[in-house]
Design a protein around this ligand. Structure first.
Ligand SMILES: [Zn+2]
Length: 78
C-alpha cells in the first residue's frame, strides 16, 4: 500500500455551490486500485456542501489522480 499525502493541494476556496450553499473545506481519504496495487491518498481536500450534500474536488487533485492512473498504465506497457 502506498500513501500519498495531498494536503499541499488545499490552498484555494471552493466558493459557492450552485444551490447557494457554501462549501466546507474538509479532508478525506481516497482509495484507488492502480495496476492491482492499492493506493491511499490521505488528506485529500474536498469541498462538501452542507445544504445539498454535493461534493467537489479541486482540479489539481483530479489531475494528480489522473496522472497516477496514467503512470500505472505506462508501467504496465513496459
Ligand atoms: Zn449545495
Amino acid at each position: 500500500m502506498v500513501r500519498q499525502p495531498m494536503a499541499d493541494y488545499a490552498r484555494r476556496d471552493y466558493g459557492r455551490c450552485p444551490c447557494s450553499g457554501v462549501y466546507d473545506n474538509r479532508f478525506v481519504e481516497v482509495r484507488l486500485t492502480i495496476g492491482g496495487k492499492v493506493v491511499v491518498l490521505t488528506d485529500v481536500p474536498q469541498g462538501a456542501c452542507p445544504v445539498c450534500g454535493s461534493r467537489v474536488y479541486k482540479a489539481e487533485v483530479l489531475e494528480r489522480i489522473e496522472s497516477l492512473m496514467k503512470g500505472a498504465k505506462v508501467k504496465k506497457a513496459l
